[in-house]
Design a protein around this ligand. Structure first.
Ligand code: CTP
Length: 401
């Protein structure tokens, strides 16, 4: 199983918040992930969004009435609870949260919550004062203490027209957490993996840096792929532009020196390190403490000093080392040399040219090179390449064990 939501059965409880319409988008995105979604609605929710919309999106009937013998849930009010892998209540009103905390089961959402043994994810959305009220806060604490995961709410524009806390978490974040929860059944749960990402930034002065075109997307995709299979992932990155991935310990390392310090530290306890960062090979010998002024300076000579080769310097027994090699010429030949010189188990090589804009793209065309030979792969998504790298890491770990 690669995407933990694929073939996953999800109960989606929708309650009567004005944010109910956002649950349609969530249902659609969950279906696109390959999940089978079973909508459950409270009366309040049906007054805001029509159940037909959820049926159309999920291709499943909506559980609406506990006493309707013609509905799925009416025949057996806990049938959904028994079959789902995950229950998401989104949006969850203060009223539903209160009922869940007290164990009241008077509609398909609360009944399913009470009866299910699956993990539960609650996404509150409500008026700011209702959220801040001690009763709601106590109820949320009760749910958390019972092992329920809660995301948000966040500050922002509320339906009342006011700014405040109460906004429902974004669909992408909910999907990300759902994956994190389901990844606990993955095939890499006993592995600790360090991934580095992005181009380092070497300061010239407090304002200017020397950097490169790496966006960090490849490293983030590998980290996500490892997370999706249950690995404990530390992502060491210079990039703050990409969104955080739930369940991944992210460490910011801007410069090559910081990248070296953090990577050495976290790789001590790791099973594998995947070095996707484009670490600068040189840094300014001296970084000016003040801004370098241009007045009277027509030519500026910079002196650069070589940085430490991070991946080459880390050599713990049993640590699987995967490197990258972005090359403009002699791709495989250079990759083979680096494989040897840096004592890597695998290197991911790719050709960089004007015609192949790899940096910042969502796809890449790579060649896997190890001591046994090379495998030229077709162009594919960076996440899929990440999954293949994790496959290789797993296979190598089994060889060592
Ligand atoms: N790398 C590293 N520390 C550095 C430079 C590179 O750990 N100071 C790692 C990269 O993260 C990558 C691998 O080494 O996994 C190869 O990086 P690359 O830039 O392709 O090779 P270099 O050894 O820097 O050689 P060159 O730039 O001359 O091609």
């Amino acid at each position: 199983m690669k995407n933990p939501l694929e073939k996953c059965s999800i109960g989606l409880g929708i309650t009567g918040s004005i944010a109910s319409y956002k649950a349609l988008d969530l249902a659609s995105k969950l279906v696109q992930q390959g999940a089978s979604v079973h909508p459950l609605m409270t009366d309040g929710a049906t007054k805001i969004v029509t159940p037909i919309a959820f049926t159309a999106i999920t291709h499943n009937s909506v559980a609406l009435d506990l006493y309707d013998p013609s509905s799925d849930i009416g025949m057996d009010h806990v049938s959904v609870a028994k079959t789902i892998d995950l229950l998401i209540v989104a949006p969850a009103t203060a009223n539903t949260i209160a009922k869940m905390a007290l164990g009241i089961a008077d509609n398909p959402v609360t009944t399913t919550y009470l009866a299910t043994e699956s993990p539960v994810l609650v996404i509150p959305a409500m008026d700011g004062n209702m959220y801040s009220n001690k009763a709601t806060q106590n109820n949320i604490k009760t749910l958390k203490d019972s092992g329920v995961s809660i995301i948000g709410p966040y500050k922002g524009h509320l339906a009342s027209g006011l700014q405040g806390i109460g906004r429902m978490a974004a669909t992408n974040e909910i999907i990300d957490y759902a994956k994190l929860i389901m990844a606990q059944n993955g095939d890499m749960t006993s592995y600790k993996i360090v991934v580095t990402a992005g181009g380092t930034k070497e300061p010239l002065d407090p304002i200017r840096v020397i950097t490169n075109r790496s966006s960090g997307k490849m490293g983030f995709a590998i980290a996500e792929a490892a997370r999706d299979r249950g690995a404990e992932v530390t992502l060491i990155t210079s990039s703050t532009a990409l969104p955080n991935i739930a369940g991944i310990h992210t460490v910011i390392a801007e410069t090559a020196d910081e990248m070296a310090t953090q990577t050495k530290l976290y790789s001590k306890k790791a099973d594998a390190i995947v070095m996707a960062a484009a670490v600068s090979d040189w840094k300014p010998t001296v970084a000016s403490l003040e801004k370098i002024k241009k007045l009277g300076v027509d030519k500026l000579n910079l002196e650069l000093t070589k940085t430490e080769d991070v991946v080459a310097s880390i050599n713990h027994q049993k640590l699987i080392k995967v490197g990258f090699a972005a090359e403009t010429q002699n791709v495989v030949q250079n990759a083979k040399r680096k494989l040897k010189e840096k004592n890597l188990d695998l290197i991911i090589a790719n050709q960089i040219s004007q015609e192949t804009p790899v940096f910042g793209a969502d796809t890449n065309k790579v060649i896997f090179v190890n001591k046994n030979g090379e495998e030229d792969l077709p162009e594919m998504g960076k996440y899929d390449i990440g999954q293949l790298i994790i496959d290789r890491v797993k296979a190598m770990a089994h060889q060592i064990a």
